[in-house]
Design a protein around this ligand. Sequence first.
Ligand code: FAD
Length: 413
Amino acid sequence: MLGRLNTDVKEVTIIGAGYAGLLSAYRLLNLGYAVTIHEKSGRAGGLISTRQTDHGPAEAAAHSIRSSSEILRLFDDLKLDYVAAKTKKKFILRDGKLKGNPLTLWEMFTAGSYAAFKKSDGIYPSLADWAKAHIGEGALDNAITPLAHGIYAAEPEELDQQLAFPRMSIPMGQTLVDKVFKDKTQPKKSPGKSFVMAPAKGMGALINALTQAVQNHPNGRVIFNSAIETLPDVSNLIVTVPAPAAGKLIGSNILSNIKYAPMITATVFVKTEDLNKLEGIGFLNARGEDKRILGVLFNSSTFDHRARENYASLSVMLGGTSNPHILQKADDEIKVVIKEELNRVLNFTGTELETVITRWPNAIPLYSPHLRETLENLEKGWCSQEGRMLFGNYTGEVSIRGMCQTSLALGRE
Ligand SMILES: Cc1cc2nc3c(=O)[nH]c(=O)nc-3n(C[C@H](O)[C@H](O)[C@H](O)COP(=O)(O)OP(=O)(O)OC[C@H]3O[C@@H](n4cnc5c(N)ncnc54)[C@H](O)[C@@H]3O)c2cc1C
């Protein structure tokens, strides 16, 4: 979140009713502000929506949330039911096989010795450089690359380590092992065990609950089909639209030029008898696997109520920065790619009952060194004016949990 509000004026205008806009409104209403949200489309939620099909829910983008005390409090306040993941198992696809631990003995030995002995240079040009220095190339290709694919749909070489994974930063002169031991002795920011969860009825339920909370509040308003093209002259403004649209609004080329990874999400419903028994949350592809696929989520083995009895639901994530052209392919071609991958990894032999495909040309902002510089410039520029804020998945936190935490500072400056 960039900038700060003019707290002397208890009125705020928000542009965009995605998760960032709704959450901001919700926080501010609870602090006594009057809030109006303008949303371009006829619905709230932006990237987040759940379509109820005859076979079960299909998510358009986000599927789950990593819990924190703040997320649990938000669900509690909204009286929103959630389901916890039935499993913790996650896999990496390496050499065509699903592996709980993707590293060979030699790679584990190398990672351990680098972690114990290599002292940090402080700042690394990229996540890949950090990984090469502190856990070695094997762990970079088979553990860090899948993580980068899973969160950012990007390659570790493109990501700024400090911005994308700040908790991995190692103070200058210390080893990774020093840092891990030190972290263990610090009090936890979010006490309690973290787990994977989702609203019981799908991610759209979180958006519906937030929208209702804003609309039902006497000082809250959401105006749909209200595309803002010029900035309103108000004391407090929070722009929560994606970076290209935000750049246009505030007249900032550097903001318009923030790069995004493109992605396709495809939710596939199949008969359970047509593939290997699903176990775990899903898998992410290691470097060297089929580049068209980033990973596959096993929705029905993760959460209850994601498919009818004897059916399975999977979500295949395709694209990313190294395979943007897949978005140009027709649905039928995408279905062929998905079928090949499910056959190769899970022995899928049948016919899909339904496939729901969603394309996101601007899915996830690229957390690159360029984004870090851009955010620093915006902080010194447009956001240095009181009452002018930018908030969205490009302002420092991409996840629902991270944005929930950040939004707590709103209106308390
Ligand atoms: C494929 C995918 C999977 C993901 N999976 C997960 C996950 O499992 N867990 C997780 O924690 N996170 C996940 N994320 C990330 C998370 O979903 C997003 O970061 C978050 O939803 C972004 O919300 P936002 O409000 O910043 O942006 P958006 O959702 O893009 O909302 C912006 C809103 O602004 C509106 N708007 C645009 N222009 C204007 C205008 N001129 N005037 C008025 N309104 C305008 C849009 O219509 C939209 O409603 C995923 C993201 C993607 C793409």
